[in-house]
Design a binder for this molecule. Structure first.
Ligand code: 2M8
Length: 446
């Protein structure tokens, strides 16, 4: 249990991380490893910023919105001029697709943005920035709606409620074992030469994806760039086509949050459309649950089968389900011996892969470590569904983990060692959100 003075130290240090990672135009996802703006990082970062600087929170989202493509797609990276990250902007070949003067990648990430917008709206309620936030929401609503419409119409064109991804990077959980089978099918041809930068920043390369994994990542980028990122062609041209259950659950939640914003703005028809998308995706996510494991599954469209690997994404229904039975059984599973109750954990926090699974790797990126940002996200959604006890226990454990003031990108689950980048912006952001008083507004519910 962290004391009040330890909590004050965490908050102070977290604000300092966000301030020093701020380039003045964007907040770097991490000081050295990720010197650009990442899409879902920016949303979580804005949630943390909103605890002490609401205008800066809006500015962060606005920087991302300014990179939105004409199609509605919000790219997963908006590049700053800083060198030192590979693949760099040129590798993506997105000139002419990204807005003039803005360098972006060509793929997307989970759509957490409307969740952030609603959280910022809640934090602004009754305060000096409320009018600014409402004006911002009103002025930019159509952009966020077109992002959701693109996801719905393009990434879910067949109407299943589940979103398609063409790259593990689109899931945000890059090398999770949930994608091992899909990646095994990716056989890189002649790759343009490349030199990784991540393994020069993270000295222990065992904490990062392997070179073989990187070759596959780059091959997929080449395949997508070759078809100009046109999704209809990408489905056929790209070796990796997966229905991402976690991104679909995020979409369901975000559609509900954007609907709440639409209602406040008096845009009832848009709200109804969004509520419909939310319901369809929430149901579709529940329908992927493997009865043998109780976990939700991605669908590998190339193989035509569900992927049942015990990863944290299997708890996607905890984010989005409307079924009390599904929620109860997922919570039981989470509390059980394969997850929070696993033997030897330094903190009772969800690992990215179940520690009792053969696929688990304690130090390797999305293959096992705990990710503070995900812990917060699962807890936040649980509290919104009334599960204050689960929220409080995850909050206490996460703050104990974060008391090291390293703001690790991820943590070794048994030793508690911070891994990957330190001073990771989204880790600092969720620390601030854990510690900020709950806004007193009815806008919080739902
Ligand atoms: C990681 O992904 C990037 C590629 O997008 C990388 O490894 O270079 C992931 O953890 C992703 O979810 C995250 O958004 C990004 C920046 O924190 O880093």
């Amino acid at each position: 249990m962290t004391t009040r003075s330890s909590q004050d130290r965490i908050a102070e240090a977290a604000r300092e991380v966000l301030r020093t990672n701020d380039t003045g135009t964007l907040i770097k996802a991490a000081p050295h490893l990720y010197p650009h703006q990442w899409s879902w990082d920016a949303a979580f970062i804005s949630i943390g910023l909103a605890t002490f600087d609401i205008p800066r929170a809006l500015a962060e989202l606005e920087h991302l919105r300014a990179a939105q493509w004409a199609s509605g797609m919000i790219p997963h990276i908006v590049f700053s001029p800083a060198p030192g990250y590979f693949p760099d902007a040129a590798r993506w070949r997105t000139a002419g697709l990204s807005p003039p003067g803005v360098a972006t990648s060509g793929i997307c990430q989970p759509a957490v943005h409307a969740i952030a917008l609603r959280r910022i709206r809640q934090r602004a309620a009754g305060g000096p920035h409320e009018a600014t936030v409402l004006e911002y929401l009103s002025r930019t609503f159509d952009s966020w709606l077109s992002w959701h419409r693109w996801l719905h119409d393009v990434r879910c064109a067949e109407g299943s409620g589940l979103l398609t991804i063409h790259h593990g990077w689109e899931s945000g959980m890059d090398n999770s074992p949930r994608f091992d089978v899909a990646y095994a099918r990716v056989e890189p041809g002649a790759l343009e030469p490349f030199a990784r930068t991540d393994t020069t920043v993270v000295a222990d390369s065992g904490q990062r994806p392997t070179d073989q994994e990187y070759a596959r990542y780059l091959w997929l980028v080449q395949q997508l760039a070759d078809v100009g990122y046109r999704d209809a062609e990408a489905d056929a041209a790209c070796d990796f086509v997966v229905k991402d259950v976690f991104a679909s659950a995020v979409f369901a939640v975000a559609c509900d949050d954007l609907a709440a914003i639409a209602e406040e703005l008096g845009r009832e028809p848009d709200a109804q459309t969004l509520r419909g998308w939310a319901l369809a995706s929430a149901k579709a996510v529940d329908a992927t649950i493997d009865p043998a494991t109780g976990l939700a599954c991605d669908v590998d469209l190339r193989a035509g089968s569900k992927v049942s690997v015990p990863c944290v994404s299997g708890f996607a229904p905890l984010l989005s389900t409307r079924d009390a039975g599904v929620r109860a059984s997922q919570e039981r599973l989470l509390a059980g011996p394969d997850w929070l109750g696993a033997t030897g954990l330094a903190f009772r926090l969800p690992c990215s892969t179940s520690p009792t699974s053969d696929a688990f790797r304690a130090r390797q990126y999305w293959r096992g470590p705990t990710w503070p940002v995900l812990t917060w996200f699962l807890a936040f959604q649980s509290r919104r569904k009334g599960r204050v006890d689960l929220f409080e226990s995850l909050r206490a454990a996460s703050l104990s983990q974060l008391a090291d003031l390293q703001f690790g990108e991820y943590y070794e689950p048994f030793t508690g060692e911070p891994l990957g980048s330190s001073r990771q912006s989204w880790t600092a952001a969720v620390a601030l959100e854990w510690l900020a008083p709950e806004p007193r507004t009815r806008l919080i519910t739902g």
